[in-house]
Ligand binder design. Structure first.
Ligand code: ADP
Ligand code: MG
Length: 226
């Protein structure tokens, strides 16, 4: 699904260079549920940004679905991302002026789905994520778990090949967090490839395979089951 070859990410700001990732070589196969685990500042978010084709590496190669993306311009990466890669974060990042239904529908509008298809997809996902009774509510009327369920629904409405989750339970109490992790496990059981970044060993217990990072280096890795 996605492979990296010697990727390095260096940020330059106000004359200071910070190398967030050094020589990362990982291979994520279709259908895997992988945890990127490490303390704060270890490079998890940077790695997910690269795997999600949001930013290019400073050097090295990233292959996504066998396409070498390293030389691709922002617009080409955006095109590859669209519909193929879903993101969720600690903050649900919902649009407050839109209802649950409209937030979830948004990616389909960008991708110019037909009206009837849009309705079917949104209704199906509302049922799947137990949000149907909340579909006309606004984000501020929801609790944190319901907001995160809505964010997951929006991220997967296009049935992306890859779902990237950056500390998705970081702002939730443990019961709500467990419920979100259960949804991710179920999505993976249904075939979705998921990469989850977390600093928490308890959260990391839910994934199939762990890539441990520290100071921008992979320090330990369970190898993929062949
Ligand atoms: P994590 O998600 O594990 O907390 P990050 O990937 O956010 O780690 O950060 C890794 C390192 O890169 C940190 O030292 C952080 O300060 C630095 N960093 C991340 N993003 C930027 C940026 N946009 N500009 C400068 N430094 C950054
Ligand atoms: Mg982070």
């Amino acid at each position: 699904m996605i492979q990296t070859q010697n990727i390095v990410k260096t940020y330059y700001s106000t004359g200071v260079a910070t190398t967030a990732l050094s020589n990362i070589n990982i291979n994520i196969k279709s259908g895997e549920y992988v945890g990127v685990v490490g303390p704060s500042g270890s490079g998890k978010t940077s790695l997910l940004c690269l795997l999600g084709l949001v930013e290019p590496p400073t050097s090295g190669e990233i292959l996504f679905m066998d396409i070498n993306t390293s030389q691709k311009k922002e617009q080409q990466r955006a095109k590859l991302r669209r519909g193929n890669i879903g993101f969720i974060f600690q903050d649900p990042n919902l649009i407050d002026e839109l209802t649950v239904y409209e937030n979830i529908e948004l990616p389909l509008i960008y991708l110019r789905y037909r009206r009837r298809e849009k309705i079917k997809l949104v209704e199906d996902i509302l049922v799947k994520l137990k949000l149907i009774h909340l579909k006309n509510k606004y984000p501020t009327q929801l609790d944190g778990e319901q907001q995160q369920r809505t964010a997951i629904a929006r991220a997967i409405i296009t049935n992306p090949a890859l779902l990237l989750a950056d500390e998705p339970t970081g702002a939730l109490d443990s019961k709500s967090g467990d419920s979100i992790l259960k949804i991710l496990s179920e999505l993976n059981e249904d075939g979705m490839t998921i990469v989850l970044a977390t600093h928490s060993p308890q959260v990391a217990d839910h994934v199939q395979r762990i890539i441990q990072i520290f100071d921008g280096h992979v320090i330990n890795e369970n190898k993929a089951i062949q």
